[in-house]
Write a protein that binds this ligand. Structure first.
Ligand code: SF4
Length: 410
């Protein structure tokens, strides 16, 4: 029997389900309710199917679990009850329905889709590694922009780099990373720098240089005299760097950012000690999994409590976005010296720039790719977890560690 009572959920409340649990999260005050009571799950299922509003029957109001749930929902500003018998304004409550392109829209507008999706290009212009320890050959798979190997020397032709950047000139492309190998060995390094200086001021260009010794660094630094303000130099150091070296590098190129490759807590302590004496500029620590330091990497990534999950400021669009795309990977394209194109260094190649047009290659990721849309709700053991949209997106560390659940409470 209808009582004229309607229960509704506020439009700023995010709802997450699995087979036997439900979570309602108020994105304005971070209050949340979790329940495994079937009556509550059934009520919210009906409410979701009915745009966020559901009539309350006599059975509902007499059920102790529902009564307590509704009281809590009102207390937390998650939902409320309205009496439509005495109120001529029937509440129209629309749960957020965020629009993403449908598959048909994607297929009908391939160029637009690519132009709107692409954000960052990573060129590994050569594979020269004669100056850096072989143990760092996998840095590119872990968010650190260095790629080298002992195979035959290979580099991307400058005219291919120019064609790719020109073809994406009107897209949302913002960041262009230039990395190696040893950049000094690139046969057209001056031509590349001149091209980037003269034609691409609307991009942010980042050169990633792995520091090996002061002589080489001086040689490469001379290429960046009078560089425009949209050029950024990122100097990558390993854990053995000393304060004297940092001071010298700072004198040679004082505007560079420093990136420290760390493999243990000891590395962090040593580098912090060196920084005390010598350096004030922007810097960051980049963890590196070397197959012997799993505990160190896992501790950095571990989500230790639900409190950590619910303490974040997350809007409905942000949560919805997290359930559909991986913000660590989305919009990024990696191009290797032999022309291979990857949406992620750990995923399979999408194609080769020497055989196909870059737009056609990127479209493969937009349409059927595995990386940009790699989200927890599709992968075990996170699949079905209520918090899959709340946890940080899967990162390359989880891929190389071959484990996805970076939590210790589910
Ligand atoms: S199982 Fe996955 S989604 Fe769930 S809390 Fe752990 S890491 Fe997050």
């Amino acid at each position: 029997m209808s009582l004229g009572l309607l229960f509704y959920i506020e439009p700023y409340v995010y709802i997450s389900f699995n087979h036997d649990k439900i979570l309602l999260f108020n994105t304005l005050n971070n209050k949340h309710i979790e329940s495994n009571q079937r009556v509550i799950i059934n009520l919210i299922t009906k409410l979701v199917a009915n745009n966020g509003v559901v009539p309350l029957t006599i059975d509902c109001v007499n059920n102790k679990f529902l009564k307590s749930f509704i009281n809590k929902a009102r207390l937390y500003y998650i939902g409320d009850v309205t009496n439509v018998k005495h109120n001529s304004n029937y509440p129209i409550n629309i749960l957020p329905d965020l629009k993403f392109m449908t598959e048909t829209e994607v297929l009908n507008n391939p160029v637009n889709t690519i132009y709107e999706s692409i954000n960052s290009l990573y060129f590994f212009i050569n594979n020269k590694n004669d100056l850096v320890s072989i143990e760092y050959n996998n840095l590119h798979t872990q968010f650190i922009n260095y790629y080298a190997n002992n195979s035959e020397y290979t580099e991307i032709h400058l005219h291919n780099i120019i064609n790719i950047i020109d073809s994406l000139h009107n897209s949302s492309l913002t960041y262009i990373h230039i990395s190696g190998g040893n950049l000094l060995h690139y046969s057209e390094i001056e031509g590349l720098i001149n091209f980037l200086k003269n034609r691409t001021s609307r991009f942010k260009i980042i050169f990633n240089i792995f520091f090996t010794d002061l002589t080489s660094f001086r040689a490469i630094a001379t290429l960046f005299h009078n560089m425009p303000d949209y050029f950024n130099i990122n100097v990558i150091f390993d854990g053995s760097v000393t304060s004297n070296v940092l001071a010298s590098v700072s004198k040679i190129l004082n505007s560079a950012c420093y990136e420290f490759v760390i493999q243990s807590n000891r590395d962090i302590k040593i580098i912090e000690k060196q920084l005390d004496f010598s350096y004030e500029n922007e810097h960051k620590f980049s963890p590196y999994y070397n197959h012997n330091n799993k505990t160190f990497i896992t501790n950095l990534l571990l989500i230790k409590s639900k409190k950590q999950i619910f303490n974040q400021k997350l809007s409905i669009p942000a949560l919805d976005m997290k359930s559909r795309i991986n913000s660590n990977f989305y919009g990024k394209i990696f191009i290797y010296p032999d022309g291979r194109v990857h949406a992620n260094p750990n995923s399979k190649s999408l194609g080769n720039i020497y055989e196909e047009n870059i737009s056609d290659i990127i479209f493969k990721e937009v349409k059927d790719g595995e990386s940009w849309k790699m989200v927890r709700k599709h992968l075990n053991p996170c699949k079905g977890c209520l918090y899959s949209s709340f946890c940080p997106p899967i990162s390359n560390y989880e891929i190389v560690l071959k484990t996805n659940n970076m939590c210790n409470f589910t």
